[in-house]
Write a protein of this length. Structure first.
Length: 304
């Protein structure tokens, strides 16, 4: 039968007593009574089935078993102290984990993170993506997800109010047959993004273009992939206005049609209703929502 591991406080009393070779001095270091230290050592010896100390008139002496045991106990406790201090010591907290949609992180959040870091340099961040995570990740403190606000038991803050806008490379406007009218979409490759409810079929139906086959084209699992293919001139993608403003401003993409359609879907900052929240979660939430307000109030130049 596997021997049960002794309690950590017993091992700690043994390690300090072995260094001091005196129960009274060990008790002072451990902020315990001499009787309590002596009792813990007796408990440890009883569990191990061997005597660890010789009790002398003026102190202690390690037995052969005690001398054999102390190096590994000392090493283990020292390692535990080092790791604890590295992760949690000196007022440190674990990183704030914000799992984000890859396209939102790349095109919206990443360019603004420097502002947050300058405001709160003491906050450690961990920023994984949720590309393969369907449900809220219990190890994340908060997440940025795309969809509708239908998550019971969660706190949701809307981050975007988008229009769906077909975008493509400027090269398609100067092709032998320039892309001018939405009716020409049937002659071009549609770039689809799986997981979005409001895709090409939705846009075509809402804009009165149901006669165009919405099933043709290429499918991607992220909008960022579809946008890259659109930049290369290989098709037309439905862009979300909050994510494509810089690409249009820089000339990488163009919006060839006047039609635009407000979305019901949006990006949301989502966190659970658990009582214990990361101590820096509110700092990040307040900063992010302030950035969203600034975008809503001032970034109107492109009117998309």
């Amino acid at each position: 039968m596997k021997k049960k591991l002794p309690p950590l406080n017993w091992l700690r009393s043994f390690e300090v007593s072995a260094r001091c070779l005196n129960f009274t001095q060990a008790a002072q270091e451990l902020n315990m009574t001499q009787a309590a230290v002596s009792q813990q050592i007796k408990g440890l010896e009883s569990q191990l089935g061997t005597v660890l100390f010789k009790r002398l008139p003026r102190g202690l002496e390690l037995t052969k078993s005690g001398r054999a045991y102390i190096p590994i106990v000392h090493e283990s406790i020292e390692r535990l102290v080092e790791v604890t201090d590295e992760l949690f010591g000196q007022g440190q907290t674990r990183p704030l984990t914000v799992r984000s949609s890859l396209i939102f992180f790349t095109n919206w959040l990443a360019p603004r993170l420097g502002h947050f870091r300058r405001m709160h340099p003491h906050v450690k961040l961990r920023l994984p993506t949720n590309i393969w995570v369907e449900e809220l990740d219990k190890e994340s403190d908060m997440e940025i997800r795309y969809g509708i606000n239908d998550r019971p038991g969660a706190n949701c803050h809307r981050l975007t109010w988008d229009n769906l806008i077909p975008v493509c490379s400027p090269a398609l406007l100067s092709a032998p047959v320039p892309l001018i009218s939405p009716n020409q979409l049937s002659e071009h490759t549609l770039l689809h993004v799986d997981g979005y409810n409001e895709g090409w079929a939705y846009w075509l139906n809402k804009t009165g273009l149901q006669h165009i086959d919405s099933s043709q084209g290429i499918h991607f699992d992220t909008l960022i992939s579809a946008l890259e293919v659109a930049k290369s001139g290989e098709g037309i993608v439905l862009g979300r206005s909050s994510l494509i403003k810089e690409m249009i401003a820089s000339g990488q993409l163009v919006a060839p049609f006047e039609q635009k359609l407000p979305t019901n879907e949006a990006f949301y900052l989502v966190s659970s209703n658990r009582e214990l929240e990361h101590p820096h979660a509110e700092l990040f939430r307040a900063w992010l929502l302030d950035e969203v307000d600034q975008v809503k109030n001032t970034d109107l130049s492109l009117d998309i």
